[in-house]
Design a binder for this molecule. Structure first.
Ligand SMILES: NC(=O)C1=CN([C@@H]2O[C@H](COP(=O)(O)OP(=O)(O)OC[C@H]3O[C@@H](n4cnc5c(N)ncnc54)[C@H](O)[C@@H]3O)[C@@H](O)[C@H]2O)C=CC1
Ligand SMILES: NCC(=O)COP(=O)(O)O
Length: 327
């Protein structure tokens, strides 16, 4: 069966559309369905000197694999014409509508995965729509109380205990309950989606030196260790909490199927240092497959043919692979 993959190019003034029209220049084994404004995509392709034929999506037609130089589009009309590199809050609702439709199509089985380009979280909020990230948005749309953000590159997977919240709220968000729920989702998806029979998860502490026996913070003693101990009783293979400044070394990584970081900027700088441009962001715990790029909107590069397509290509390949593995 040929999979239908919904693709949201993200912020129209950013590099998402540039990358999508470039990726459309090659054949793919799945049908790619861009949920976007077709005129905006045509204009971006023309700006980059690429030829692109648009086919308007017909849900009653059987899926056919993507052919180079064409793109199937489920149209969402943009509010105001897009100027690459110029953020326009009047187009914030358009961006969110593309995400809503992609989610709806996955929930009702029309599409088999979502691949998202980068959105500008600040612009969406400026447009009057509270938004902290795709991860949280899709969780809410799919009625999932907890999902996990995981980024993966060759030789390293990093998942996050907390996602897009201010640093000042992180300690309070790391509860006994949260540590258990998030770790169980990670363990389950490593088994189900990645085919790892008995995953080993290495867990970072929150505080310097994982709290130094309570002298530099008590979250490890009061919350993280007891929660991990309970999970070990359930049979989950966990190591830690280990100091975050030394966990990312080969001795541990060679054995780890994933590292769990306590917050966004504890884990992601390491991952991106290792594999920026070739990493994939995967949301675990959703009732559908969702992958994304490792980078943001890079608006200064929009419309200029200078963008690196590696992460978007990897996200698309990974989504197709996950669909194939789970069918
Ligand atoms: N998946 C998503 O929707 C993500 C969205 N963002 C959003 O993107 C916006 C901008 O965030 P920044 O922190 O500035 O990160 P950014 O990733 O947009 O840019 C950081 C640096 O990397 C470069 N860069 C990024 N992507 C590139 C590519 N494909 N090819 C070549 N160079 C590239 C940029 O030119 C810039 O120098 C924010 O609003 C943020 O919320 C950030 C990360 C992920
Ligand atoms: N740093 C990852 C990021 O900001 C992307 O998050 P999301 O929009 O995929 O939730």
């Amino acid at each position: 069966m040929i999979a239908k993959i919904a693709i949201t190019p993200g912020e129209p003034a950013g590099v998402g559309p540039d990358i999508l029209v470039q990726l459309a220049q090659q054949d793919w084994s799945a049908q790619l369905i861009a949920i976007a404004d077709p005129e905006m995509l045509k204009q971006r392709a023309a700006m980059l000197g690429l030829s692109l034929e648009i086919d308007i999506y017909d849900e009653n037609q059987q899926a056919t694999s993507h052919k180079a130089g064409r793109l199937t589009v489920k149209p969402v009309i943009i509010a105001e014409p897009c100027i690459p590199g110029e953020l326009n809050p009047n187009n914030g609702a358009y961006v969110v509508e593309t995400l809503r439709l992609a989610c709806e199509g996955n929930m009702n089985g029309e599409f088999q995965a979502i691949v998202t380009g980068p959105v500008h979280k600040g612009l969406i909020n400026k447009s009057g729509i509270p938004f902290s990230g795709h991860t949280e948005y899709f969780a809410q749309q799919a009625n999932c109380s907890d999902v996990v953000m995981m980024l993966a590159t060759e030789g390293l997977r990093v998942s996050l205990m907390t996602t897009h919240i201010p640093l000042a709220y992180v300690s309070k968000a790391i509860t006994y309950d949260r540590v258990q729920k998030i770790t169980r989702i990670l363990d389950n998806d490593l088994k189900q989606k990645f085919g790892i029979e008995s995953p080993k998860i290495y867990v970072c502490g929150l505080n310097p030196h994982a709290g130094e026996d309570g002298h530099l913070g008590r979250e490890e003693i009061d919350v993280i260790s007891p929660a991990l101990e309970n999970l070990r009783q359930e049979g989950i293979h966990l190591v830690g909490p280990l100091p975050a400044d030394t966990i990312f070394q080969e001795k541990y990584l060679a054995k780890a199927d994933a590292v769990m970081a306590m917050y966004h900027d504890q884990g992601l700088p390491v991952l991106k240092y290792k594999g920026f441009g070739a990493s994939v962001n995967i949301t675990l715990g959703l009732p559908f497959i969702r992958t994304s790029v490792d980078h943001g909107t890079a608006i200064e590069l929009a419309g200029k043919s200078e963008v690196d397509c590696g992460s978007f290509r990897a996200a698309l390949n990974h989504a197709i692979e996950l669909v194939t593995n789970t069918n």
